[in-house]
Structures are given as structure tokens and as C-alpha cells.
Design a protein around this ligand. Sequence first.
Ligand SMILES: [Zn+2]
Length: 293
Amino acid sequence: MIKAPQQQVPGVFHRRVGDIIVTAISDGFLDGGLEVLRNISEEEARRILADNFRPARRTAVNAFLIYSAGRLALIETGSGNYLLPTAGKVLANIRAAGVDPGSIEAVLLTHMHPDHSAGLTDVTTGKRNYPNAELVMHENEPAHWFDDAKMAKGTDREKKLYFQAGRDQVTPYKDRWRLFKAEGEVFPGITAIPRQGHTPGHTTYMISSGKEQLLIWGDTVHVPEVQTARPEVCMDFDTDKDMAASSRRKVFDMAATDRLLVTGMHLHFPGFAHLVRDGAGYRLIPAAWEQAL
Ligand SMILES: [Zn+2]
């Protein structure tokens, strides 16, 4: 009697970009409802998902290790234990990839939301999960999430999950923050390109080596099937919805025009794809499996 597998293999996938190796690390996924979408009816969103063989809104959560110039960086840390038990697997999957978290020199954040920054710190001990890493992010992120007046205006959920959780997570790194304010290289081969709107300091990262590039577009989309087809569709938790939509259009236009390889924090794992124009919107074409590095 053959014993069938009881659980999934670790969510780890390597990909080469010139001389850089990018390792996609799955945090798992978050299932949720459609009531958080804006600029589209729930019925229409459900129809687009059904057309794409998605029974519901499933949000993949990804992070990326970047091996560059003999150094190691991590973009995002997943959701720790703040959200659902289907997520929070980044640290375990980093270890499954054979990486000691102590060897990571820099953690780069696209923004301070709990599915991105909540894996920074072990909340039971208050200790950094990445003890030797500096924390790199846009200066608008801590400025916004540490603003008590802005926090006071939030709903209870926003106060707890966005403001307080973010503060708890980044504070243990406070003596090693490195904040940037404009486009520029933040780690060898990694250029920060701010695309504000989803949050005040939301940032995409371009990985470049030789002639090859990969755009890690952060939270340019949360529901890829819906928002590539309808770039105007926003999320209730975008801090500035109009700016989020206009940033999304800029990123989409650049990705399609320059035929960029892209990935993101909420593309279905491992998330590497190309974006092509399709009618009034766009469509993602998943990248092929790679065997050799
Ligand atoms: Zn997110």
C-alpha cells in the first residue's frame, strides 16, 4: 500500500536574473471575500474569478530572497502569526531552502502591511527573526504608520492590524532602519522604484543584472485576475485609491511596453510572469518552469 503525501512540499522556487538568483518563498495564502473591492460590483468580480477558474478570492502571499554580489537580501517577511493559519510560512520555508535567517543582511519592505512586515519579529519574545539584517523601506511608511493622529482616524481593525502591528514589528529594528525617499539602488542589483497609493510609501523593486531584469511589483495587484483585467479596481485598504490605480496603470504600462518579467507579493506562487495588453486591460502569462540555474 503506497502512502499518499499528507502535506505540500515547501514553497521555494529559484530563478536566475543575470548573475543574481531570486528565490521565491511562499508565505501561504489568505482567502477572503469580495466586499473589499472598490470600483467593481461583487457580482462582476465573481464572474471574472469564475471565468479564471477561481471559486473565490485567494490571495497568495510571497517573499523573495535575492542572492547578489555574494550577499543575501530578503524582500518582505510574510504575515507571521497575525492573519490566517494558511499563511505565515516564510521563516519555515526560508529554512527549508537551506538558509540561516542570520545570514540575511537586509530586509527590504514594499510597505508596512501585516502580510509583508508581520514576519519581522517573533511577537512572543520580541526578538528579531532576522537578527543581523538592516531594515530598508521608504521613509513615508514609518512616518505614516507611527502617526498617532492618522491611527486615531482608523477603524478598530486598522488600528490593530495596520498601525499597531506594524509598529510592533519594525520597532525591534529601529537602530538599523535605512530609509529612502526616491528611486535608487538600495542593495547591489536592486533598485527601489516608489509607486505610492496602496500605502504612502509603497515601493516596487527592479532586480537588474547584465541585460536581464525582473520587476517585483509589490502590491500592484491583490486579486490578479480581476485587477489586470480592470486596472481601476482598488481595495478598501488602499490608503489613496486614485493614486493606487494610477500607480497600477504606470506599472502595467511599463511591464507590458518593456516586456518585463514580473512577480509580486500576491501573484499565485511562484508568481513569475509577463503582462500583455488584452482589450481594455491586461493579462498575465505565467513563466515556464526553469530547471538549470
Ligand atoms: Zn499585501
